[in-house]
Design a binder for this molecule. Structure first.
Ligand SMILES: Cc1cc2nc3c(=O)[nH]c(=O)nc-3n(C[C@H](O)[C@H](O)[C@H](O)COP(=O)(O)O)c2cc1C
Length: 168
């Protein structure tokens, strides 16, 4: 049985990638929580820690946002190397070296319980939408559903997730 692993309030899980999303750095907390060590992940695509419960539309939004040159905030369920999972609130940003845009980095904090409950449900609905569409269209269709949801709440995606995090 999968178990949830909990972050401490002060834990910051950090990773860096190249422009394509291949991992170039992970911090100590990343390794302690995920049980993936440098030798397992450096040079690998970041989807190595992807949990199957995550809808593809969530990552479409992440990459669309980064390609627009903006930072992305969102809740992510990741898998651990020993078959468990953990929830985080992630902020993904452009990474620079000597002034050159070389990739991205993500800083992740513990996700509040209320946010995990809500996002689990929303992501499950997104995956349900994805299952009803051809693979090529699935991410955009589930993303459309997510955007309609936040619009119905009278807000934007970014305000919606930041608010969920702040309510912690
Ligand atoms: C800096 C950075 C951090 C990322 N962190 C995660 C993560 O923690 N978990 C995850 O599943 N995907 C993460 N991704 C997204 C992956 O690159 C990938 O898009 C996602 O896992 C979905 O896999 P797919 O694109 O192969 O469908 C991250 C991407 C970047 C650029």
């Amino acid at each position: 049985m999968e178990r949830e692993v909990f972050l401490e309030p002060h834990d910051l899980i950090v990773s860096k990638t190249d422009l394509k999303g291949k991992i170039t750095y992970v911090n100590r907390t990343f390794m302690n929580i995920s049980k993936f060590y440098e030798k397992d992940v450096i040079g690998k695509p970041h989807n190595i820690i992807r949990h199957p419960d995550m809808p593809r539309g969530a990552f479409k939004l992440l990459w669309d946002t980064l390609h627009r040159g903006e930072e992305w905030f969102g809740f992510v369920k990741n898998r651990t190397a020993d078959g468990n999972y953990y929830w985080v609130f992630a902020n993904v940003n452009k990474g620079f070296e000597y002034g050159k845009h070389v990739g991205y980095y993500s800083v992740r904090r513990a996700a509040p319980r209320a946010a995990v409950a809500l996002m689990s449900e929303l992501y499950a609905k997104m995956r349900e939408v994805e299952s009803r569409h051809p693979s090529t269209r699935a991410p955009e269709e589930s993303l459309k559903m997510l955007m309609e949801h936040v619009q119905n709440e009278g807000t934007t995606y970014e305000k919606f997730v930041l608010n969920l995090f702040d309510q912690g």
